[in-house]
Design a protein around this ligand. Structure first.
Ligand SMILES: [Zn+2]
Ligand SMILES: [Zn+2]
Length: 393
């Protein structure tokens, strides 16, 4: 099938998100984004759905090819505007579902409504000659603009609706400049007026976030004197965030952090998804806590974790593919300093501990024996085996 050249065409702007570029192309050609998508592609494009089928994921090589031909843009440049282009930097390429990690969902899995998955810098929108949405504004650890230092907004300040790219031309017969990224697609407020641009992020924290963004471009980071591949770094960071964001697992650690001036947002209701579905304030706190820990890695982490008597499996619980796949930089301090479950008491010690508890009276559980032996685990195969043999005596 031959591809028709678009009469008005231009390449994506620096770090522009694919859907933002497509909507601008449609408007420049006097079309609504949906009608142009139906003209160019069988069945149109999917701007709305989350997950694998979303346009910005860049899963469909045909769509990218047609866009490249229709705009006379290099295929590589079109591909670079997709979230899929973070493969090999933010996730492992082979992880088919990995694209969801760190990317905030545009569709809420719990309510089925539009999620707060897109952010914007009011200052950038104000100073852009042609306002557009950046690809990196979809990332959960991106909370402030690296250029302006102000917090990003994840909703319209006037009507509180989420920011949506493709919806700007709904109800407008002829696309007008007002349908650009700068205006709320629900109430038409000028997003560049948002007061959030006066909220500056703390300088150290902004520096940490800029370090994360440059790690994503470079493919490596130096943590505690060790050079780490960015995929492994972000996987470990994700585990840290998940741990810090789960009070059930990290309550004592969080108390230790709170004594050092860090606070966390308590989860009220059941959430679907990890820290990626947190609103700005929650992600802000996670970024601050993880930045402080990494600033003197692993010393601060080990200090707080030891004081809080955090066991290795509290953190390793958040490993996606089993503990064996925990990135080494995170696993090593846990193993070296926290993992007292590695201590294996002798059969005699276990027997003595068990009989001592029996003498105290009541039912003796495995966890009581482990606790008495100061093991950092509640379940031990050896303790269970010795207890069983004692019962048989
Ligand atoms: Zn900005
Ligand atoms: Zn609005």
């Amino acid at each position: 099938m031959s591809v028709r050249l678009l009469p008005v065409r231009f390449p994506p702007l620096p770090d522009e998100l694919l859907s933002s570029w497509f909507v601008r192309l449609a408007h420049a050609n006097g079309e609504k984004s949906h009608s142009l998508s139906f003209k160019m592609f069988d069945g149109g494009l999917n701007f709305v759905q989350g997950g694998d089928q979303n346009l910005d994921r860049g899963h469909d090589a045909d769509v990218l090819r047609i866009l490249a031909l229709a705009t006379r843009t290099a295929k590589e440049r079109v591909a670079a505007s997709t979230l899929g282009a973070y493969s090999g930097y933010l996730w492992d390429e082979i992880s088919a579902r990995g694209v969801r990690r760190w990317v905030m969902p545009v569709l809420s899995r719990s309510s089925g409504r539009t999620g707060y998955g897109l952010q914007a810098c009011a200052e950038c929108l104000r100073s852009d000659e042609m306002p557009y949405f950046r690809r990196s504004w979809r990332l959960a650890f991106h909370i402030a603009c690296p250029f302006h230092g102000c917090l990003l907004m994840d909703h319209c300040f006037a009507c509180e609706a989420p920011l949506v790219i493709h919806r700007g031309d709904v109800g407008i017969f002829t696309p007008e400049p007002e349908s650009s990224a700068r205006w709320c697609s629900y109430c038409r407020a000028d997003l560049a007026d948002a007061m959030i641009s006066s909220h500056k992020l703390d300088a150290d924290l902004l520096e940490f976030q800029i370090l994360l963004l440059s790690t994503l471009r470079r493919g490596w980071i130096n943590v505690g004197g060790r050079v780490i591949n960015s995929v492994l770094f972000f996987e470990g960071l994700r585990m840290l965030w998940a741990f810090l964001d789960a009070p059930r697992w990290s309550a004592s650690f969080r108390r230790g952090m709170q004594r050092r001036g860090f606070s966390f947002i308590e989860g009220q209701e059941k959430r679907y998804g990890g820290a990626d579905v947190r609103r700005t304030e929650g992600r802000h706190k996670l970024l601050a806590a993880s930045g402080w820990l990494l600033d003197d890695w692993p010393n601060r982490f080990v200090e707080v974790a030891s004081e809080a008597r955090v066991s290795s499996n509290h953190v390793l619980h958040f490993s996606l593919h089993g503990q064996g796949s925990t990135p080494f930089w995170l696993w090593k301090p846990i193993h070296d300093f926290l993992d007292r479950s590695m201590y294996v008491p002798s059969d005699e010690e276990i027997t003595n501990a068990f009989l001592y508890l029996v003498r105290l009276g009541g039912r003796v559980r495995q966890r009581d024996v482990c606790c008495l032996l100061n093991m950092r685990t509640n379940h031990s195969f050896r303790v269970a085996a010795v207890m069983k043999s004692c019962h048989l005596l």
